[in-house]
Design a protein around this ligand. Structure first.
Ligand code: ADP
Ligand code: ASP
Ligand code: MG
Length: 438
């Protein structure tokens, strides 16, 4: 069994769905296809939800109508037969009727999740109608019947495995399944999701559940590049990464992969391939357990970081001080990304600001607190880079003109992280690219 996940741009146009069909039928192995929403849909649904949360029904209605028009145009080009066109119209009627009904319901977080789930339901149902018209036998699976998270928002791998196996068994003889990325049920049984970009995570969890031979992530670029292609010119695809390298890059901002999508592959040991729907012959990136070479592979950046500095003369020679600080973050379920210490000061960073005020209030008991918002972590990632000769001088020479707020080196052998103010991000990525790759 193979898992193939296609992202928003890969399903965003009727002709792209036709390309996917070609890619799928080329494969002999049984497959589970995981689809994202059509590009722009989840953003539109987020805007609808935001407008509703503010009580702005007019704005929500306008956005719903614009989205519906987009889908009406989409299905005209997607299917040819009258019968399948009527079916597609029926799907739109069902989901847009729901969106129109919610205009009359009072807003809640559960409703927000229901709204966000419409995108993947629409894309998979429309793709299924298209495959039907093309006489390609398949089964549409509801991810809400098997994908679930616990009270901490963590996927329940064993449950997913049991439920999905049952569904596959019930459809013996089928070798093509279509399902939704991103959406799941939470511990209360409500509709929920795996956070933005979460279809990659769905694909990887499904691959783990069915012991897939490979998890293919098909997107709009020929694999993981050595720097952010939206910011730096002449970036290059990386042919091979080990799980640790890929996980660090995804976690530290390489948008091509959801940050959590590597751990299932690492734990259950199946390879992940990043491939380009627009250029299927390109080798892309293969991610597996071992690394094929040492040294720096790529640079990534993660935004919206807050740095907190705790200064306390009581820390001088005191043991147990760090534990007390960490306990505050644990209490508010806020994970720390970077940390640096001096004798009397600890600086650390967080990316979840939900409880920032509460955290600061509690930290003030330990000393004086300084907070810097709008920071960016830039990570230099590779295999055993801590052993790479002259790497630190190269990094610091490249960044001579950038005010660096924190540096973390040695925590892992595969990463150097640098904290800068967001305004210096573009320049930092460009300078590092020049210094390390050109
Ligand atoms: P999908 O909709 O298929 O999930 P995403 O937009 O989530 O696609 O991810 C692909 C995009 O990630 C690319 O178009 C590219 O602009 C961006 N990206 C950011 N950093 C990298 C990187 N290091 N390598 C490749 N793509 C990257
Ligand atoms: N549609 C969701 C998003 O845009 C999930 C995904 O595409 O991975 O975030
Ligand atoms: Mg994505």
């Amino acid at each position: 069994m193979k898992v193939m996940k296609f992202g928003g741009t890969s399903v965003g146009k009727p002709e792209r769905m036709a390309e996917i069909r070609k890619l799928i039928i080329k494969e002999k192995e049984p497959k589970i296809i995981v689809l994202s929403a059509l590009s722009g849909t989840t953003n539109a649904l987020t805007e609808i939800s935001d407008a509703l949360s503010k009580g702005d029904r007019t704005a929500a209605k306008e956005r719903i109508d614009a989205l519906e028009n987009h889908y009406q145009d989409f299905i005209i080009k997607l299917v040819k037969s009258k019968e399948d066109y009527q079916k597609a119209k029926g799907v739109l009627a069902e989901h847009f009727e729901f969106l129109n009904i919610i205009l009359k319901i009072s807003y809640s977080e559960a409703l927000n999740k229901d709204i966000l789930a419409q995108g993947e339901l629409l894309s998979t149902k429309l793709f299924s109608i298209y495959l039907h018209e093309q006489n390609i036998p398949h089964v549409w699976l509801a991810a809400l019947d098997f994908m679930s998270i616990d009270t901490f928002g963590e996927p329940q791998v064993e449950n997913i495995k049991t439920k999905l196996s049952k569904l596959l068994e019930a459809n013996q003889g089928t070798d093509l399944f279509i399902t939704q990325g991103y959406i799941c049920r939470n511990a209360k049984g409500e509709v929920d999701n795996l956070k933005r970009g979460g279809s990659d995570y769905s694909a990887s969890l499904i691959a783990a559940a069915v012991h897939a031979s490979v998890c293919e992530i098909w997107t709009d670029i020929d694999g993981m590049h050595n720097n952010d292609p939206r910011i730096v010119k002449n970036t290059k695809p990386i042919k091979h990464l080990c799980f640790d390298e890929a996980a660090e890059l995804a976690y530290f901002g390489a948008k091509i992969l959801h940050p959590a999508s590597i751990w299932p592959a690492q734990y259950f040991n199946f390879p992940v391939r990043l491939l380009n729907t627009m250029d299927p012959e390109a080798p892309g990136t293969l991610i597996e357990s071992h690394s094929d070479s040492e040294g720096v592979k790529a640079i990534a950046a993660k935004d919206s970081i807050t740095a907190i500095k705790i200064k306390s003369s009581r820390m001088l020679l005191a043991y147990g001080f760090l534990r007390k600080i960490f306990e505050v973050f644990e209490k508010y379920q806020t994970s720390i990304d970077m940390i640096t210490t001096s004798e009397v000061t600890v600086s650390l960073t967080i990316d979840n600001h939900s409880f920032l005020e509460e955290i600061i209030k509690e930290l003030e008991m330990f000393g004086s607190i300084e907070v810097d918002h709008n920071q960016t972590i830039v990570s230099i990632v590779g295999y055993h880079i801590s052993k790479t000769e002259n790497l630190l001088p190269k990094v610091f020479d490249s960044l001579a003109e950038i005010p660096v707020r924190m540096v973390s080196f040695g925590g892992s052998e595969h990463n150097i992280s640098i904290l800068i103010s967001h305004e210096h991000k573009e320049k930092t990525l460009q300078l590092l690219n020049k210094g390390l790759f050109e």
